[in-house]
Design a protein around this ligand. Structure first.
Ligand code: FAD
Ligand code: NAD
Length: 154
């Protein structure tokens, strides 16, 4: 099976969009990710999947912590920026919860300590134990068939 067939199929699974963040020696790093899921209620666990070539991979290994910011429909540019799809370099002001940077104005900010990690093919799965959460109202940014979409109320 070729890669395009796989990506086309996975792209049929509509998702929200997150920015994963972490900090090593006071240097913040952010990366766009849609491979995010809720795992367990007791204890409260979430999962992210980070490509082996992503700079984020090494940073999370070093910090042992990460933040997940679930983006609103107004943060598409932020998603493109943290996916390395915009040319310019920007100065980003982060909020902090539990010593973990998160993206302001997101619909949810989740602070996690790494509970376990598993290498899975060309990605590493990080299970995060949730230590704090903040939630706001707002419509999510969504991603379907490789494109950003608006959630439509039926
Ligand atoms: P880099 O390329 O190093 O950084 C990304 C950009 O953010 C760069 O421009 C960098 O300068 C900037 N940046 C980082 N930190 C800061 C800061 N503190 N201040 C200012 N600028 C900063 N990849 C996955 O592995 N898993 C996924 O689940 C995933 N989902 C994706 C979903 C979508 C919708 C998209 C568009 C991409 C997704 N990707 C995913 C791909 C991933 O976002 C990119 O490959 C990313 O560039 C790789 O991360 P990196 O850590 O190497 O980031
Ligand atoms: P796309 O058509 O490549 O992605 C559609 C779907 O395929 C994604 O939602 C994801 O589920 C899956 N996918 C894509 N690349 C993957 C990878 N390297 N490993 C595992 N699953 C992957 O969408 P696009 O707009 O071309 O994506 C933009 C860029 O972001 C591409 O370079 C893509 O590889 C990357 N991306 C990576 C992941 C990931 O690593 N999990 C997820 C989404 C996008």
């Amino acid at each position: 099976m070729d890669d395009r067939t796989f990506r086309n199929a996975m792209g049929k699974f509509a998702t929200g969009v997150t920015i994963i963040t972490t900090s090593v020696n006071n240097h913040v790093h952010g990366m766009t990710a849609n491979a995010f899921m809720s795992v367990s209620l007791n204890p409260k666990l979430v999962l992210i999947s980070i490509g082996e070539k992503a700079n984020m991979n090494q940073r999370i290994k070093e910090s042992g912590k990460f933040g997940v910011s679930i983006l609103t429909k107004d943060q598409q540019e932020m998603s493109m920026y943290f996916a390395g799809q915009l040319k310019e370099q920007r100065e980003i002001d982060f909020d902090w919860i539990q010593g973990i940077p998160v993206v302001p104005n997101s619909i949810a900010n989740i602070a996690c300590n790494v509970n376990a990690s598993y290498q899975a093919g060309d990605h590493t799965l990080y299970i995060g134990e949730v230590t704090d959460i903040s939630v706001k109202d707002g419509d999510p940014l969504t991603f379907f068939e490789g494109k950003y979409r608006n959630l439509v109320n039926l």
